[in-house]
Structures are given as structure tokens and as C-alpha cells.
Design a protein around this ligand. Structure first.
Ligand SMILES: [Zn+2]
Length: 216
């Protein structure tokens, strides 16, 4: 059993524990060489084991495993193809991020953690049906060089150089979306300046080495 598969199962549990998942909506993948491992379609996450993960060839889309891959595997494939730096993807239908996605409004960079992990606002990809190649293309395009993108009327995608980073992106975007809605009740909301966002992002990328896990 490979380390990457164990890590993927652990991340699935963490995603559930963090309250980012309702039922079996949402999915996770991790890239290895020219293929990726992804959670299967429609399976109870609490029961998921390494044997249930599905291997998908990046070039052909051919899958291997005892179950069908998540119906959203095309979304993962399109992002891996466009972003060689991306080794893991977490996709959630979490409530606050999906509220922004349904309003087709970007999540603004109003808290420093989000500026650090995303490097700006989280934009909304043009709507297309779940599971379609069109959605996969729209999402990869709207993601650009950032680490998160919203799928219109659908949910959130976070990417990273590893699974814990991709999950962290989803958690921070979800939290920022919640804060954005709450702070609007109090009055005008102030977005961080482009200059400060760049400094925060640079600090995050250079000061947080792979051995320093944590943002404090
Ligand atoms: Zn979805």
C-alpha cells in the first residue's frame, strides 16, 4: 500500500471532520507521475479504504480499480494537465464557499491567511454541468495560477503541492467566505491591497518550508 494512498484516505477523514462534506458530495485526488488516485463515485467516506481508491491515467482517462472513479474525475484531470506544480486536489461543496459560487461572486481577499494560501480573490468558473469536460476546462481556466477556484452553483476546488496543502486551501477559503458574509452585516468590508497580498503570499511561500507545518 503506497504512502500516497494512505495520505489520501487520511485527508478524506480530515475533510469530513472539518465539516466540509455532506453525504458523498466532494472528492479528493493525488497525482503520482502520469496518473492520479481519486476517491470512488458515491461511496460513504467513513467506510473508505486504500483499496477503494481508483487509479486514472492522466493522458487517456482510463481508470483501474474495483469501483468507478468520482464522476468529477475530468475536473481533476484538466487541472493536473494545466498545472504541473499541482500534486493534489480537494473538491468540496461546503456551504459558505458554495453560497459565493451560487451568487457567482468571487471570495474577496479580506483575511491574511487567504492572501497567503491563495494569493488573491477566489474567482468563479463559468457554469457547466457537473462531471462535464466543459466544467473541467472552465475550472482549469478560471483557476489560472492560483490555488482555489469556485464552480458556479456547485462548490469549491483547492489545489496544492500535497494533500494537506490542498485541504488547507479549502478550509481557509470556506472560512473566508463565512467571514466575508458576516462582516458585510457590520458594514463595508475592506479588501487587502494588491501590494499587501503579494507580500503576504511571498512570505508564505518563502518562510513556510515543507518541514514547518502550521501557519502560526
Ligand atoms: Zn462537485
Amino acid at each position: 500500500m503506497s504512502e500516497i494512498k494512505r495520505e489520501l484516505i487520511k485527508t478524506v477523514q480530515q475533510m469530513c471532520d472539518a465539516g466540509l462534506v455532506l453525504g458523498t458530495w466532494g472528492n479528493i485526488s493525488a497525482r503520482q507521475d502520469d496518473f492520479f488516485w481519486i476517491t470512488p463515485s458515491g461511496m460513504d467516506y467513513q467506510l473508505l479504504t486504500c483499496q477503494d481508491l481508483v487509479k486514472v491515467d492522466l493522458a487517456s482517462g482510463k481508470d483501474e480499480g474495483r469501483w468507478k472513479p468520482s464522476s468529477e474525475w475530468r475536473l481533476h484531470a484538466a487541472i493536473y494537465k494545466k498545472r504541473p506544480d499541482c500534486k493534489a486536489i480537494v473538491h468540496t461543496h461546503s456551504v459558505y464557499a458554495t453560497a459565493f459560487a451560487s451568487a457567482r461572486a468571487a471570495v474577496p481577499p479580506i483575511v491574511e491567511e487567504m492572501a497567503q494560501v491563495v494569493g488573491g480573490s477566489v474567482e468563479v468558473a463559468e457554469y457547466a454541468l457537473a462531471g462535464s469536460w466543459q466544467l473541467a476546462e472552465n475550472a482549469a481556466r478560471a483557476l489560472g495560477s492560483k490555488t482555489a477556484v469556485l464552480l458556479a452553483n456547485h462548490g469549491l476546488v483547492g489545489v496544492g503541492k500535497n494533500l494537506s496543502e490542498a485541504l488547507k486551501v479549502c478550509q481557509i477559503v470556506e472560512k473566508t467566505a463565512q467571514i466575508a458574509l458576516l462582516s458585510r452585516v457590520l458594514g463595508p468590508v475592506y479588501t487587502l491591497s494588491a501590494d499587501d497580498i503579494r507580500k503576504l503570499r511571498d512570505f508564505y511561500l518563502t518562510a513556510y518550508g515543507p518541514k514547518k507545518d502550521g501557519e502560526e
